[in-house]
Design a protein around this ligand. Structure first.
Ligand code: UDP
Length: 359
């Protein structure tokens, strides 16, 4: 195995934040593949840009993110679908590659898997959201039991075929995140601004605690964001924009804590390890990926899901956390090298086993 083709998400160009944490995952994988002596190219929607990453840009209409649909919504394909166009490129290039990695949380790449001659490894970036998608993923999991991977166990458990998923976790380049031992009196919230992230709970908690809240992230749902601004017009929050990692960590590290308020089963929560790497403890609802990462009382607090009061109580206890423990946890469990090794081992397994699918 020498050459890997990476197929990006069709919900937005890389580098815009529209794709959420999977953008960082793709970026990190490119660096790790190069460091490990592999050649790769990324196929992604037009307008994609990541530093030092070789991208083939593809025209076409973006796809609607699955989390904005109901579970029983039929699978949607826009006309001139960028996903279909990207996979046409994959079909033309596949003979030059050993393994194709799919990052789209979408029906088409799963459906196409048996029609390609090269193995397709599917990295699933969200928990279960669509009946139609679960069905096709389940069929591929049964036929190619090694080819599906998730970030975490809690994410895998949302799928009927969860026991077939390899859990790879995530990792970050620690050299990009500077440790800050002495925070200022402010909190942070990071992520895509969309209903499943429940930013309103963090704003409500900051208001009750009377501590300024800095908000970082791509505004995916403008109407939702307007509603929060109107509802909490007198709350102490400030929107800082969607920042590149360097600037993001420079502001994040000065905060006394991060609030993580997912209404859904968060697949991982890359922002959790980014905050911890700077020494910033994370207070999160006790569900999904963050609950697997945060050590309650040591690197942050896990509170009753959807409880704003729980957030406020935990904010009062932030001083109990040793910020060095936060950084240490990421050094020990979420280094880029350790994650890259797990990802490489998974791809090798896919490469060696996909020739003989379960019929
Ligand atoms: N992010 C960023 N700049 C910002 C705010 C967020 O680059 O100003 C990135 C952050 O680094 C993370 C992603 O946005 O990689 C959010 O991903 P996460 O896994 O937390 O959630 P998702 O959006 O995938 O549900």
């Amino acid at each position: 195995m020498k050459k890997i083709l990476l197929m990006s998400t069709p919900v937005g160009p890389l580098g815009t934040g529209m794709g959420g944490g999977v953008e960082l995952t793709i970026y990190n994988l490119c660096g790790e593949l190069t460091a490990r002596g592999y050649q790769y190219r990324v196929v992604a929607p037009k307008g994609s840009y990541l530093d030092n990453v070789d991208i083939i840009e593809v025209e076409g209409n973006l796809h609607t993110p699955a989390q904005t649909q109901r579970r029983d919504t039929p699978i949607i394909m826009p006309p001139n679908s960028v996903l279909a166009n990207m996979w046409e490129v994959a079909r033309q290039l596949e003979s030059d590659y050993d393994v194709i990695v799919n990052f789209a949380f979408d029906w088409l790449p799963f459906y196409l898997t048996p029609f390609f001659s090269k193995p397709i490894a599917h990295f699933i970036s969200m928990g279960s959201l669509s009946d139609g998608l679960d069905e096709i993923m389940g069929k591929i999991a049964a036929k190619y039991p090694n080819n599906l991977a998730t970030y975490t166990k809690s994410q895998a458990n949302t799928f009927p075929f969860g026991d077939k998923c390899q859990c790879l976790g995530s990792g970050i380049d620690l050299s990009l995140y500077q440790f800050q031992p002495t925070p200022q009196r402010k909190l942070a919230w990071l992520g895509r601004i969309a209903p499943e992230k429940a930013l309103e709970d963090a704003v409500a908690a900051a208001k009750l605690a009377q501590i300024p809240l800095l908000i970082f992230g791509f505004i995916q749902d403008e109407e939702y964001w307007q509603k929060i601004q109107t509802q909490f017009s007198n709350a102490p929050f400030e929107y800082k924009g969607f920042l590149p990692t360097k600037e993001l960590q420079a502001q994040l590290r000065d905060c006394m804590g991060v609030l993580m308020t997912p209404r859904w089963v968060e697949a991982f929560g890359n922002v959790v390890i980014e905050a911890l790497a700077c020494g910033v403890p994370v207070i999160s609802y006790a569900r999904g990926g963050p609950a697997e990462i945060i050590i309650d009382g040591k690197t942050g607090f896990l509170v009753t899901p959807d409880s704003v009061e729980g957030l406020v109580e935990a904010i009062k206890r932030l001083g109990e956390i040793n910020r060095y423990d936060c950084r240490r946890l990421v050094e020990e469990k979420y280094s880029l090298e350790a994650w890259g090794k797990r990802f490489e081992e998974w791809l090798l397994r896919v490469y060696h086993t996909s020739q003989c699918p379960v019929s």
